[in-house]
Design a protein around this ligand. Structure first.
Ligand SMILES: C[S@@+](CC[C@H](N)C(=O)[O-])C[C@H]1O[C@@H](n2cnc3c(N)ncnc32)[C@H](O)[C@@H]1O
Length: 297
């Protein structure tokens, strides 16, 4: 189903994605280090197969990001794992163009392809990542089988998403309609574990992790103004404008409070609470770490 509808084929969304989803450098590094920490440390016996060869070769782990988008995490993973080679597979040509332009790295390559049909031989990557992608997959069981095919036994798959039962993105505070549309798009933890379990994955660890996505509410607002995520397509122009107006009202009120010596803190979920100083807007994700079992079930 490589030709299923993909909003990210739209060059306008691809062009606004990088800026609109950029994280502070520290957050990106923290995410990359967390994900890189799941790379298996043992080498596969006789595993040398050369550059981008897919095996846990002499140089370091072979890492795969599927649905790599503009390549932010591919480049960050290459920086976090100095011996790794990173392959980013991405179906959208405009997104790949952004990746090549903005996140080129000597140990990263970008390939055209979809999760359901990976353009890779079954050579055994050590670590794979699906970041904010599982809700886009038209055939998740097929994608799970493909990832099982290209990961070596003992290799790990990190799924970075928000599962349906824990949807709590800060955007829902201003655009509550998005909570309803995302509840229809995002799989539950049980659905993910069932699909990937059937393909030959066992659970290694499931946890949550939060990092700032913007230094403050104003910066976050300015990132969102171009509607840089596919979820915003669910909103009419009027609905988007109404949510932005709510955000602007809050910023104006925060400015007045700051003027009176009080400031606003936005925490995970974007809820302002009383506090000493303005702080970052955080986004929390579920991190589902699966291990490829020796024999596919
Ligand atoms: C929200 S972006 C995430 C990009 C990147 N992984 C990140 O975390 O910033 C979702 C990406 O998934 C890609 N995508 C959509 N359908 C896909 C599929 N069937 N297989 C692989 N990637 C897909 C889109 O083109 C888009 O680049």
């Amino acid at each position: 189903m490589a030709n299923a509808y993909n909003a990210y084929e739209d060059p306008r969304l691809a062009a606004s994605y990088e800026r609109g989803n950029e994280m502070p450098t520290e957050s990106l590094r923290a995410w990359a280090e967390l994900i890189a920490g799941y790379a298996p440390t043992e080498r596969e016996p006789g595993g040398k197969s050369g550059r981008f060869g897919g095996r846990f070769d002499e140089a370091g782990p072979a890492v795969l990001e599927v649905g790599a988008g503009t390549g932010m995490l591919c480049a960050a993973l290459a920086r976090a794992l100095p011996d790794a080679t990173v392959t980013g597979v991405e179906p959208s040509a405009p997104m790949r163009a952004q990746a090549t332009a903005n996140n080129a790295h000597p140990r990263v390559r970008y390939l055209a392809g979809s999760a359901e049909q990976l353009p890779l031989p079954a050579v055994g990557f050590g670590l794979a990542l699906l970041s904010r992608v599982v809700h886009h997959l038209p055939d998740r069981p097929a994608a799970a089988r493909e990832l099982a095919r290209v990961l070596r036994p003992g290799g790990r798959l990190v799924i970075r998403t928000t599962v349906r039962e824990r949807l709590d993105a800060p955007v829902y505070r201003y655009w509550p309609q998005l909570l309803e549309s995302d509840a229809l798009r995002f799989p539950s933890e049980g659905e993910l574990l069932a699909d990937f379990g059937s393909a030959g994955f066992a659970v290694h660890r499931v946890h949550s992790y939060a990092q700032p996505v913007a230094g403050d509410l104003r910066g976050w607002r300015d990132q969102l103004v171009d509607r840089p995520q596919s979820k915003f397509l669910a909103l009419s122009q009027e609905q988007f404008a109404a949510g932005l107006a709510r955000l602007d009202q809050e910023l104006a009120a925060a400015g007045e409070e700051a003027g009176s010596g009080r400031q606003v803190v936005t925490g995970s979920g974007g809820r302002p609470t009383g506090g000493r100083s303005a702080t970052a807007v955080e986004e929390r994700y579920d991190v589902i770490v699966l291990e490829r079992t020796p024999v596919a079930v």
